[in-house]
Design a protein around this ligand. Structure first.
Ligand code: HEM
Length: 324
């Protein structure tokens, strides 16, 4: 009995500290230690996005890939070492772009506030600023994350949802991170910007069931257009996910999904679940983007709290790609 009581107490402590951590983030976390952090991040990010708006998509995706693997702890930024292959070198992360932006922002922040602001916080702020700089929503980012010093390639494979996931698998993948079905459909709206390599969807257009067929849930005209652009074994060509406005943050994604022109099975899957389907229908018919923008902001804040390290856990990295 005594053992059971002790075990229950231990479980309580683990649960309590886990939750206390996520709640320890604060909007004014650097008020005394680095009051100018947000303006430095914003200015440096803008210097990149103004020249290359397509980087906004890359930076948003990088934050997502950070948070889904070991929480938002900057582990996606770490380089592999002689005896460890890091997340950054796992298959889903080979198409990440924009590490140079994070490095430049970190250098600028270190100049004003040495060893104070974590790379995990910088990534969360850069993702927010990048989205808002291409006319997307703006949200306040709770801060105070600390950097992890562990990054394992295989964990990216097991934690990041692949493009061939169906609705049930996607819901489970998000639930495992404390995100609900609404977060899934809202955050998938991030695919209103950015590009994809053909290789992320060639099976879907060329060999869906192993019989040289295409996914019947995709608009056949779009299948034909994609085939014209993407030869079966192509590994380098990229396609805009929201053709024509891939660097403007808007509600087009939901129109695309409704028209059965989403690139991935994971996009098409949103029509298969009642909650996500209703959201797609509503946001593809309304011309206003404000409720999507509000929802996106709220879900990004929620995603940004996944598994964060706070207090004395982890470290404040000096260089984002290398543990101290
Ligand atoms: C729901 C599950 C998701 C799946 C299966 C998925 C899958 C993918 C894939 C396969 C690509 C293309 C990679 C390439 O071939 O270059 C991509 C791109 C992208 N994803 Fe997702 N994604 C998901 C959720 C998200 C979320 C939650 C966000 C952000 C909130 C996001 C933001 C992006 C962006 C912005 C790009 C374009 C990146 C660029 O232009 O470099 N995705 N995603």
């Amino acid at each position: 009995m005594a053992i059971i009581t002790k075990l229950l107490f231990l479980c309580f402590l683990v649960f309590f500290f886990h939750h206390a951590n996520a709640q320890n983030l604060a909007l004014n976390f650097y008020r005394r230690t680095c009051p100018s952090v947000e303006s430095i991040v914003n200015r440096t990010t803008a210097s990149f996005i103004s020249r290359a708006p397509s980087l906004a998509a890359a930076l948003l995706r990088m934050h997502f890939h950070d948070c889904f693997v070991r929480g938002c702890d900057g582990s996606v930024l770490l380089n592999s070492t002689a005896n460890n292959t890091a997340e950054r070198d796992s298959i889903p992360n080979l198409s990440l772009r924009g590490f140079q932006v994070i490095d430049a922002v970190k250098t600028a922040v270190e100049r004003s506030c040495p060893r104070t602001v974590s790379c995990a916080d910088i990534l969360a702020l850069v993702a927010r600023d990048a989205v808002s700089q291409i006319k997307g929503p703006f949200w306040q980012v709770p801060l105070g994350r600390r950097d992890g010093n562990v990054s394992i390639s295989n964990e990216a494979l097991t934690n990041l949802p692949p493009p061939f996931f169906n609705a049930t698998q996607l819901v489970a993948s998000f639930a495992a991170k404390g995100l609900d079905v609404k977060d899934l459909v809202v955050l998938s709206g991030g695919h209103t910007i950015g590009v994809s390599h053909c290789s992320s969807f060639t099976t879907r257009i060329y060999n869906f069931t192993g019989r040289n067929d295409a996914d019947p849930t995709m608009d056949p005209n779009y299948v034909a257009a994609l085939k014209a652009r993407c030869p079966p074994t192509d590994t380098t060509t990229i396609v805009q996910m929201d053709p024509g406005s891939f660097d403007r943050f808007d509600t087009d994604y939901y129109t695309i999904v409704r028209k059965r022109r989403g690139l991935f099975e994971s996009d098409a899957a949103l029509l298969r679940n009642n909650v996500t389907n209703a959201y797609v229908q509503q946001h593809s018919s309304s011309s206003g983007s404000s409720s999507f923008f509000q929802d996106f902001a709220a879900s990004m804040v929620k995603m940004g709290r996944i598994g964060v390290l706070t207090g004395t856990a982890g470290e404040i990295r000096r260089i984002c790609s290398v543990a101290n």
